[in-house]
Design a binder for this molecule. Structure first.
Ligand SMILES: [Fe+2]
Ligand SMILES: [Fe+2]
Length: 282
């Protein structure tokens, strides 16, 4: 099973920050996704779908996604607005007032959960959401679960963007996920950088953003002393591909764009390729 992840699209209209750039960057990512072989079974967009959460921005995004040969499954981020999203995309994704749902396949279950806390940059998770997630996690332990949320529920090292392990919402999410060994992978966005680490016994990864990336600086930041560090950088848009194989999820991090092919697999390469598989039979 192959699951593609795009995140932090920050689609805007008019004078929204990055409106033109982010539209261009999303087109680059979608064009790259169309070329993946084999094509992903699922494409998930892990939040910050729009810059301001406005209805016109969701309409623009909907139009862009509808032109794709695959469906893109949404998730809420801190830049999103549930009401406006619902107005444009409909009610289908909502339960208990949150954008949360389960995608079932023979191989795995994908749970999309909601960490949006309106007015807050960081994440949120409440008893209502925890009860819903607990019910989904308990419903079936025979198949692995991939959990998709916007905010990484742990310290990521990017001081001005990160959550901390002792935040109440993080602790509630930990408590909810911890008893369930079959949660094999958590995928997030929000940090606008690729990151890979552990969340208790579960692998957790953050994908690079569609929109501009966050500069890599792991030193503490002083809100009263600007140090000139690059906060946001014009690195290319990225996405991730998660492959369920041999009992584990494996994540590949990709950069979107058109790149010169240095070595195509043409006839001159067949001898070398046969040698590879002679030494390492499949
Ligand atoms: Fe974002
Ligand atoms: Fe975010």
């Amino acid at each position: 099973m192959l699951i593609a992840q795009i995140t932090d699209l920050h689609i805007g209209v008019g004078k929204d920050i990055g409106a033109k750039d982010n539209e261009k960057r999303l087109k680059m990512v979608l064009a790259s996704l169309k070329k993946i072989r084999p094509q992903p079974d699922l494409v998930i967009a892990t939040g910050d779908l729009t810059e301001t959460g406005s209805v016109p921005a969701y309409r623009k995004l909907k139009k862009m996604l509808e032109a794709m040969p695959f469906k893109v499954w949404p998730c809420m981020g801190n830049h999103d607005d549930r009401g406006n999203f619902r107005e444009v995309f409909g009610d289908a994704y909502f339960e208990d007032g949150f954008l949360q749902y389960v995608l079932e396949s023979d191989e795995a279950r994908v749970i999309v959960a909601d960490t949006l806390e309106p007015g807050k940059h960081g994440g949120g998770f409440c008893e209502k959401r925890a009860a819903w997630l607990e019910a989904q996690l308990s419903a079936d332990s025979s198949r692995p679960i991939l959990l998709a949320i916007h905010h990484p529920p742990l310290f990521t090292g990017i001081d001005w963007m990160t959550a901390h392990n002792d935040e109440p919402w993080v602790q509630l999410l930990r408590k909810t996920v911890e008893p369930h060994d079959h949660v094999k992978k958590i995928i997030c966005g929000h940090i606008h950088r690729p990151i890979s680490t552990q969340f208790m016994r579960t692998g957790i990864t953050v994908s690079a953003a569609v929109a501009a990336q966050i500069g890599l600086d792991l030193s503490p930041i002083d809100p009263d002393q600007p140090d000139g560090r690059p906060l946001v950088v014009d690195e290319p848009p990225g996405f991730a591909v998660h492959l369920w194989n041999n009992g584990q999820f494996m994540s590949h991090f990709c950069t979107a764009g058109k790149f010169k092919v240095i070595l195509p697999y043409g006839k001159p390469m067949t001898k070398a390729m046969r040698n590879v598989f002679h030494v390492r039979p499949r």
